[in-house]
Design a protein. Structure first.
Length: 228
């Protein structure tokens, strides 16, 4: 498994000293190199030093994700955003998804704000042992056997809900998001979360392809998203 997936964690305490210009330039280069889940969906990733709605969390930098409103848009943001989360963790930078963030720009290029991500030098341990992950067992979130499912199990999610399900079948992984139990913003977060988990599966897939299969199995209480 990708070593970063095995040890990443959400960082909530930061050194408030901004990262250097060279590091920020490298972050911008990484943003430009990201592979989206849905290439036909417009989105943007910005960098800012101030957002609201953080409930005590403070970092020197924040990513802001905006996207056109379209089917698959939130899953796409989860997929591209988690690539940044893994990049930060692999390069000694702390990061944390911010589901309630409110950015300076609610709209950019005609695209509404979706979600934020804090990042900066961590003021707490950057990584953790795999035994420190608090996650549901594979038997609860999946059916069938595929080594890549463990990477999905370790993915972060809003309030650690893991509102997803996977069916491994004939070398494929069918991906589902559970219907949300949170009334406000629940559907948006559930879509972002499954995009994050699919990103982890993609990291473990040699030739990643994401398709919508007409004969994918149905799952009670869940919405089929696509197949890896």
């Amino acid at each position: 498994m990708n070593e970063t997936i095995r040890k990443r964690k959400s960082i909530r305490k930061y050194d408030q000293i901004p990262l250097g210009d060279e590091v920020i330039a490298q972050v911008r280069e990484q943003i430009a190199s990201i592979t989206p889940l849905y290439p036909d969906i417009r989105y943007s990733i910005g960098i800012t030093g101030k957002v609201k709605g953080l409930f005590g969390l403070s970092a020197p930098h924040y990513l802001t994700f905006h996207s056109e409103e379209k089917d698959g848009a939130y899953e796409n943001i989860g997929f591209v955003g988690q690539q940044m989360d893994l990049y930060f963790s692999a390069n000694g930078i702390g990061s944390c998804w911010l589901g309630m963030a409110k950015p300076p720009e609610k709209e950019k290029g005609g695209m509404p704000f979706v979600i934020g991500m804090a990042f900066g030098n961590p003021a707490e341990p950057l990584h953790r042992a795999i035994s420190d992950f608090k996650r549901k067992p594979l038997s609860v979130i999946s059916d069938g056997v595929d080594e890549r499912l463990e990477a999905a199990r370790l993915a972060p999610s809003g309030i650690n809900a893991q509102n997803w399900f996977f069916i491994a079948q004939d070398g494929n992984i069918h991906c589902y998001r559970k219907k949300p139990t949170i009334a406000i913003g629940g559907a948006r977060l559930a879509c972002i979360d499954i995009g994050i988990a699919i990103c982890h599966i993609a990291q473990e897939t040699e030739e990643f392809r994401f398709t919508h299969e007409s004969d994918a199995p149905s799952r009670k209480g869940a919405v089929y998203v696509g197949t890896v």
